[in-house]
Design a protein around this ligand. Sequence first.
Ligand code: FAD
Ligand code: SF4
Ligand code: SF4
Length: 477
Amino acid sequence: MAEEKRTRSPRKKPDRIPRQEMPVRSAQDRIQDFEEVALGFDAVLAQKEAQRCLQCPKQPCVDGCPVSVDITGFIHLITEGDFIGAARKIKETNLLPAVCGRVCPQEEQCEQVCVVGKIDEPVAIGRLERFVADYERNQGTVVLPEVAPPSGKKVAIIGSGPAGITVSYELLQAGHKVTIFEALHELGGVLIYGIPEFRLPKKIVAAEIDTIKKLGAEIKLNMLIGKTRTIDQLMNDDGFDAVFIGTGSGLPMFLKLPGENLNGISSANEFLTRVNLMKAYREEYATPVKVGKKVAVFGAGNVAMDAARSAKRVGGDDTEVSIVYRRARDQMPAREEEIHHAEEEGIIFNLLTNPIRFIGDENNHVKEIECVKMELGEPDDSGRRRPITIKGSEHLVEADTVIVALGTMPRKFIAETSPDIKTSDWGTFLVDEESGETSKKGVFAGGDIVTGSATVIQAMGAGRVAAKAIKEYLAEN
Ligand code: FAD
Ligand code: SF4
Ligand code: SF4
């Protein structure tokens, strides 16, 4: 008997379906234009990937999503072939699934806590979300949500990024009148002017934001609140019952080094805005952005990767683009996927290198950067090993275009004209975490203006919190 046990072949484990790869364009092909890099799942890939979901009763993935998308629900509908139903399930809590499916850092949110991820790669929740949202839009079957009867209350939304758009969507559905004030000439915030076309096509953003217009939001573009109109004027003279501030964190920080005001040096914010919003990479537009043959991008976050990859596309094949960063590769804050794509596209990583001054030519145009080499010392407050200058390592780096991507701070227009709204030393607005209400009655805030630069879905989550509180406030006032 014992002998028989020993010879019996081991029970075969059922084969796991591996995580499905999303097709992407080759690096050589995609650096020729601004068309999207990732091509998305088709129905076969999506259904195969959806089958990997275990439909966990506790749904940890839903807790990992800042807007609590019903992930189990929509993935189940995909397995049944009901792609439109799946898209509508997501839209119960997320107006922008085609955007979030593309740009959410899923590996730190829903997918990070996916149970399948403990034994294998997590279910590709973001890719599935993108697939059903694209499917619904391409089929032309997008429907508007039900709207409550008019409440007679008016709310001013300042800023049209993901935070402001989310609040608008929720309040419009509740029957409140919404007016969006936007400083720029297009709606969408960073989705439109920051994130490049090759990661997030603008027609997709516009299509998702269109719902707000169809629900009847009044749109006022080119209106800089704090200059053109103050919060007090909106509330006291223009009759708004409540205000939501979602103005983001768009003021760029610089290195503060000698020569930084030379021609050819700009912030990533300015560079990307010109490339995205003014279509400065297209010859038929009258606002060309100039990229030379040697581009140095300072910083190593997602914005730096976006700037470097955009510069490569604008400059062409003979333009050399480098990321210059004072720490090492594994300390770079950008998403691994973005770093990988940048490497594939030929971006050079000049690591453990720090600038000390910029040197110009006779026309005051940058031509070189004096840099020093760094080595890693003991960990600092952030837990990362501190970069220390190597003595005598000064050297010159040739550069005719410099892009500084060191981070951003909130602009001060509103804070300066509304001193009764309390702000932090950084200029972010201080709010009650449960409601998003500021120190000024009836004025709420959320998104990057409160947290500093964060993520699209966090801004949307803050928008949902504030919208709920605004509805309660309007019911009581
Ligand atoms: P914003 O999107 O900044 O929108 C604020 C809006 O308010 C803007 O349209 C602005 O013009 C307007 N405004 C400002 N002041 C005024 C005023 N006084 N009056 C009227 N209007 C005003 N996040 C991700 O999750 N994934 C990514 O891949 C990603 N990539 C990024 C790439 C770049 C280049 C950048 C810059 C950011 C990226 N982020 C990414 C971060 C993300 O885009 C932001 O966290 C998010 O957009 C914040 O949303 P928001 O609504 O708070 O503000
Ligand atoms: Fe995940 Fe973002 Fe979708 Fe939420 S919105 S489920 S975090 S991809
Ligand atoms: Fe499916 Fe992962 Fe969510 Fe479980 S945790 S329900 S496997 S997506």
